[in-house]
Design a protein around this ligand. Structure first.
Ligand code: AMP
Ligand code: TRP
Length: 345
């Protein structure tokens, strides 16, 4: 039952599945360079399916008024970045009920100890305290396993922080197949080590993140171009004046060099040579222009897409329909293998 049933299966290209939570109004430069751009590039030689895991977003307290809005905004930014919903199934998790259905089956074959060992759960629940931690946060890795296994996925491109969840996913797939018969493809994590680990512009030893100390530390895709340029120009740089990559003694300049390199495709050495004898200011001016040239059009396109929510919703509905064509048979197969009584036709 591990056959492929969707378009492109004939190409034999590995099937790729991934997504990022709609947990902010705008993605930042780190998300773009570290994740989304890779997903976009993979479309050319993989059979990709991407989604917005909104059911994962409610595992921590969230504002109902924001959830739908952020889901649309996130979708718009993916599309504006180059995810092509006409050829790549692209959908919202809650539109495909099979995710919740399969999650329950997988939850029931997961050990309590196994779930409690998930470091993300341990960290987050320790921070919030047991009283403020939902059972949803505990069940999150099983929902994530369901997301992946529903699509008979070969590769899951994610950040390092998701490695353990992928390990659990593989274990659950193997366990299910062993206990109940071949049902799922066992997926592989494709950890994106990308050169693009982008740091906070104001605090260049911390990762650029959705929850940095200062808004000036992150470039948001939806920042106005002038603001993007200003943030680059006011980035913290280091003592001395030499433009040289050295993460330990020059974290600020090194971060600017990595961003420059990721956006232009030039090697760090080439950029160092180009700026030999020049000042930090020169690098910043050049980089500000490159950032604006890359992100400016994506921002414009995002705003255009957001201006036509009906069209966006239509694209997402088509994505959900395509997703269900694969997810439906997978869940049916899992139910059958587990021994559930089939409903009468
Ligand atoms: P998050 O914003 O933590 O939900 O992450 C979404 C995706 O962006 C994940 O695949 C992360 O690995 C990636 N990512 C987040 N922050 C950075 C960063 N500062 N540099 C590179 N990649 C990042
Ligand atoms: N847990 C992932 C994150 O926080 C998001 C996610 C949920 C995901 N389900 C997934 C990623 C399935 C890849 C595949 O980044």
């Amino acid at each position: 039952m591990t056959e492929r049933t969707i378009p492109n299966a004939s190409t034999g290209a590995p099937r790729v599945f991934s997504g990022a939570q709609p947990s902010a109004d705008s993605m930042h430069l780190g998300n773009y360079l570290g994740a989304v751009r890779n997903w976009v590039d993979m479309q050319s030689d993989h059979e990709c399916i991407y989604f917005i895991p909104d059911l994962h977003a409610i595992t921590v307290p969230q504002d109902p008024a924001q959830l739908a809005e952020r889901t649309r905004k996130t979708a718009a930014q993916y599309i504006a970045s180059g995810i092509d919903p006409t050829s790549t199934p692209f959908f919202v998790q809650s539109h495909v009920p099979e995710h919740s259905q399969l999650a329950w089956l997988l939850t029931c074959i997961t050990g309590d100890g196994e779930a409690r060992r998930m470091t993300q759960f341990k960290d987050k629940s320790a921070k919030q305290g047991a009283e403020n931690t939902s059972a949803g946060l505990y069940a999150y890795p099983m929902l994530m396993a369901a997301d992946i296994l529903l699509y008979q996925t070969d590769q899951v491109p994610v950040g390092e922080d998701q490695r353990q969840h992928l390990e659990l996913t593989r274990n659950l797939a193997q366990r299910f197949n062993q206990r109940f018969g071949e049902t799922f493809v066992v997926p592989e994590a494709k950890i994106m080590k990308s050169t693009a680990k982008i740091y906070d512009l104001q605090n260049p030893t911390a990762k650029m993140s959705k929850s940095g100390l200062s808004d000036n530390g992150a470039i948001w895709l939806l920042d106005e171009p002038k603001k993007m340029a200003k943030k680059i120009k006011s980035a913290v740089t280091d003592d001395g004046s030499e433009i040289r990559f050295d993460r330990d003694s020059k974290p600020g300049v090194s971060n600017l060099l990595s961003i420059y390199s990721s956006l232009t495709g030039q090697s760090i050495e080439e950029i160092e040579t180009e700026f030999e004898g020049k000042m930090y200011g020169h690098l910043k001016v050049a980089l500000a222009e490159i950032v604006v040239d890359t992100l400016g059009p994506i921002r414009e396109r995002t705003l255009e897409i957001m201006n036509d929510p009906a069209e966006l919703d239509r694209l997402l509905a088509i994505g959900a329909e395509k997703a269900r064509e694969i997810a439906g048979p997978t869940v049916a197969s899992a139910y059958e293998h587990m021994g559930f009584l089939a409903p009468r036709a």
